[in-house]
Design a binder for this molecule. Structure first.
Ligand code: HEM
Length: 403
């Protein structure tokens, strides 16, 4: 790309290309920007002069400040192709696209369903599902695509059980969820995919109203959420539960296979799992970039962000800020990585984070324990990576092992 960086000028484009030769490191330009100015002017493709925030303390401050809105229709888009007045509001049920008080209403209804205690009760099911899926992988034999045979099916079965969505319908909802997850798809296609997913959920919700079931969607039929709202929340949770953890399992495995010393440490010491998962979350920052719109003038890091301006927060830059983490570019499973912003921060902080943690703490150690000779089946440079503003990850992860 034509990246130009002069410290006194606005940044001409948002750096999004990860470091050449290292699929785990953020774009090197971000480190340069963060060092010079943790908050900096960014010129958007539509000409808007907004901001890019890269320092850990400031990213955290933006995410924790409700003077910054999450509504997409108030934001300028940092990549070419979408004009300001073309950003549609979020779909019904998309919690990340609304502000208080609408957001508070949904959040209050959901928060009790995702507590640490409730999620740890699911650990046993995660173990069973993981073990069964490892059998599938072993039966398939090497080489295999880890994404399709392990990283996707484990979280998919968990979110289906939690919500009360039949896993047998996966052909239908995974197709829509894949479009939603981005890749080559346009905003319109994604909108249509969310609509299709919500339609599928709508029928399910009507069935649950008629015959209540003991699961999260069944529980929610007892609240004041209408059918459309309930279907929308269901579609959003299903999408969030399918795409994110799967990317962490696959990319996390890729990172471990690329750092044999760390892999060996985790194999030797399964007790390291909790800490290792936090560090992988920090190091990989799959939800790498966020956005907010200032609702009023806000003083931020010595600058005045004016009402109406769009602020891009670089979570991946914040998670590699040397002011917050020592040797931030080193993957060190033993470091205390708490304080990373990979699940966001503030009122929109990830509701599914305890579920994701339980899944990752079980799935990754079980995988490397079951296959001691697990390795990439292709050169690392040939593993297809995701791009743009999507959740980061690998499209496929060809692996092999000694049978
Ligand atoms: C929100 C990351 C797994 C449900 C978020 C946000 C991030 C995030 C960064 C904040 C978005 C924002 O501020 O706009 C992740 C990562 C995951 C993960 C990295 C896996 C490793 C899950 C799972 C679920 C889930 C398994 C389960 C259903 C949600 C929900 C929200 C959310 C409901 C919206 C919260 C709100 O706006 O109030 N997630 N997530 N996430 N996540 Fe996750």
């Amino acid at each position: 790309t034509s990246f130009t960086y002069e410290s006194h000028l606005p940044l001409a484009e948002l750096p999004l290309t990860r470091a050449p030769g290292c699929p785990f490191d953020p774009p090197p330009e971000l480190a340069e920007v963060r060092e010079q100015a943790p908050i900096k002017r960014l010129t958007f493709p539509d000409g808007h002069e907004g901001w890019l925030v890269t320092g850990h303390a400031l990213v955290r401050a933006v995410l924790g400040d409700q003077r910054f809105s999450s509504r997409p229709e108030l934001m300028h888009y940092p990549l070419p192709g979408v004009a300001f007045d073309e950003m549609p509001p979020g779909a019904v049920g998309d919690l990340t696209a609304i502000d208080a008080p609408e957001h508070t209403r949904f959040r209050k209804l959901l928060i009790g369903k995702f507590t640490v205690r409730r999620m740890s009760l699911l650990a046993e099911r995660v173990e069973q599902i993981t073990a069964a899926q490892l059998d599938v992988l072993a039966e398939h034999g090497p080489p295999a695509d880890l994404v399709r045979l392990f990283a996707q099916p484990v979280p998919a079965q968990m979110i289906c059980e939690l919500l009360g969505v039949p896993y047998a319908d996966r052909e239908t909802f995974q197709r829509h969820a894949a479009v939603l997850a981005g890749g080559e798809h346009t905003g319109e296609e994604q909108h249509a995919a969310f609509g299709a997913l919500a339609e599928y959920l709508h029928e399910l919700v009507l069935a649950k109203r008629a015959h209540p079931t003991d699961d999260l969607l069944g529980d929610l039929t007892g609240t004041d959420l209408g059918d459309e709202e309930l279907a929308g929340v269901g579609a959003f949770l299903l999408g969030a539960g399918l795409d994110t953890t799967a990317n962490m399992i696959a990319l996390g495995t890729f990172a471990l296979l690329s750092h044999p010393g760390q892999l060996a440490a985790l194999r030797a010491e399964p007790d390291l799992a909790d800490q290792a998962v936090e560090e992988l979350l920090r190091y990989l920052s799959i939800a790498h970039t966020g956005q907010r719109a200032a609702l009023e003038d806000v003083e931020l890091g010595g600058h005045l962000v004016k009402a109406g301006e769009t602020v891009v927060v670089s979570v991946q830059a914040a998670n590699r800020d040397p002011a917050r983490f020592a040797d931030p570019d080193v993957l060190d499973l033993r470091r205390p990585a708490t304080g990373h912003l990979s699940f966001g921060h503030g009122v929109h902080q990830c509701l599914g984070q305890q579920l994701a943690r339980v899944e990752l703490r079980v799935a990754i150690p079980a995988l490397i324990g079951r296959f001691p000779t697990l390795r990439l089946a292709v050169p690392a440079a040939e593993v297809p990576l995701r791009g743009g503003l999507d959740i980061y990850g690998v499209e496929r992860l060809p692996v092999t092992w000694d049978d």
